[in-house]
Design a protein around this ligand. Structure first.
Ligand code: FE
Length: 207
């Protein structure tokens, strides 16, 4: 069984939606082709840059938020009460992160984030969304069959665990607080942050 939270799609406006995004994507693609053709850039280097922002820079901010929540009960309480304000304490603010909600995994509870209409994503804490997050397959199936999607990511849940699927909108972006791995009691925040993955904060992985 799973619960859905569809975010109130009918009311919400995904203002950074498909048309402007695909227009920009086409222009970027055209520029990239031209630069590669002229020998100005190496496509492998471009892939490395995108990978860097998707996997390294962006999600490290979210990882700091999660590590602090694990280490500091007062911060965790503030994060769950008002994620936008708590995340801003660490200096992570800006576009696509103005209205953050933190959802916490725990024993028997797993959270998964999707944007069914487009690709709303919390940029200040996670950086750029991965390609699969924007795919129609993920966007449709995360809601219909979250356990099947999780299985494809190699993520199995405990029997009887509840799955909450959170549908992002232009107004609300979600950050999953993964369960703190066992055996990490003696780690400091920097060491803890190194354990936190992007997919853990989207909810497609457990740590
Ligand atoms: Fe969206």
């Amino acid at each position: 069984m799973h619960d859905h939270d569809h975010g109130h799609h009918q009311d919400h406006d995904h203002t950074h939606g498909q048309e402007p995004a695909s227009d920009i994507a086409l222009r970027v693609k055209a520029l990239e082709s031209l630069m590669v053709e002229k020998g100005l850039v190496d496509p492998a280097a471009l892939d490395a840059i995108v990978d860097f922002y998707e996997n390294k820079v962006g999600p490290r901010n979210g990882a700091q938020v999660v590590a602090k929540a694990w280490s500091d009960p007062a911060f965790r309480a503030r994060l769950l009460a008002d994620a936008t304000a708590a995340i801003a304490e660490l200096g992570y603010t800006g576009g696509q992160g103005e209205h953050m909600v933190a959802v916490e995994n725990g024993p028997g509870v797993h959270n998964l984030v999707v944007c069914t209409l487009c690709s709303c994503y919390p940029w200040p804490v996670l950086g750029l969304p991965p390609v699969w997050y924007k795919s129609s397959a993920y966007r449709s199936r995360a809601v219909i069959d979250p356990r099947g999607v999780l299985a494809e990511f190699g993520t199995t849940l405990d029997a009887g665990a509840q799955v909450h699927v959170w549908d992002s909108t232009a107004e609300i972006r979600y950050l999953v607080i993964p369960e703190r791995p066992s055996g990490t009691e003696n780690l400091d925040e920097t060491q803890l942050a190194a354990l936190v993955t992007r997919d853990g904060m989207i909810g497609t992985a457990r740590l």
